[in-house]
Write a protein that binds this ligand. Structure first.
Ligand code: DX5
Ligand code: ZN
Length: 230
């Protein structure tokens, strides 16, 4: 399985999102990562379902919608209708996480749970069998361009162990925050298979080229497949 690169449009020019998406798709983006922030769960405010609906019209790749909002249950349906292919929700805000995950799946959308940097991996244990993916935050959510928290690498490995122990080897680990040419290969080596990158792509003068280069680096970092048993 190849590594999937999900450019985050948070660092793109919000007046030209269509062009930003086209550029990273030309560069080989696998997913388009959309950061939804409400000014409550995180200090920043970004976009809602109407913008996602417009992005869906122009995007060729699936939309990966990361909900950094205080009450995701109220909006899951709207984001699914708007065209999200994947929706991730933070464990920190959901007392009925199992119900939320089932609700996302019932809408035909891939369901992911997100762990903030200070949230222990054990928070995942009882939901690990039910998720399509787990997003490990490697910065505190709210802003692009922050430095990768190195401890996140151990967390990726610990999340992988919890998913495997729960009998869910197909669930992928996504890493989000501070991913660049140095941290991307480290995250892949630790077990991440979906990499979000905002600043490393849209902070450059050529998003297409940055996408192509980062994606190649990620895939080069994949461990060699085990030799077949004789
Ligand atoms: C942070 C967001 C990220 C952000 C990552 O709250 O969830 O998706 O765009 O940006 P970089 O890659 O710049 O850290
Ligand atoms: Zn994100």
């Amino acid at each position: 399985m190849r590594v999937q690169l999900a450019p985050s449009i948070l660092s793109a020019d919000f007046a030209a999102l269509g062009a930003a998406i086209a550029a990273v798709e030309r560069g080989g983006a696998d997913l388009i990562h959309v950061d939804v922030m409400d000014g409550h769960f995180v200090p920043n405010i970004t976009i809602g379902p109407p913008v996602v609906k417009s992005l869906k019209r122009v995007a060729q790749r699936p939309l990966d919608v990361h909900l950094m909002i205080a009450d995701p249950d109220r909006y899951i349906d709207a984001f699914a209708q708007a065209g999200a292919a994947m929706i991730s929700v933070h464990v920190e805000v959901l007392p009925h996480l199992h119900r939320t995950i089932q609700a996302i799946k019932a809408l035909g959308v891939k369901a992911g749970v997100v762990l903030n940097p200070s949230t222990p991996v054990v928070a995942l244990e009882q939901i690990a069998a039910d998720v399509d993916f787990v997003l490990v935050m490697s910065v505190n959510p709210g802003f692009g361009g922050q430095a990768f928290i190195p401890r996140s690498l151990q967390k990726i490995a610990a999340v992988r162990a919890v998913l495997d122990a729960a009998g869910n080897p197909a669930a992928l680990i996504e890493i989000d925050g501070g991913i660049d040419a140095v941290t991307a290969p480290q995250a892949v080596a630790a077990g991440a298979r979906i990499l979000v990158a905002g600043n490393a792509i849209f902070g450059t003068s050529d998003a297409e080229r940055a996408t192509r280069e980062l994606r190649a680096l990620c895939n080069a970092a994949l461990p060699a497949p085990a030799a077949p048993a004789r």
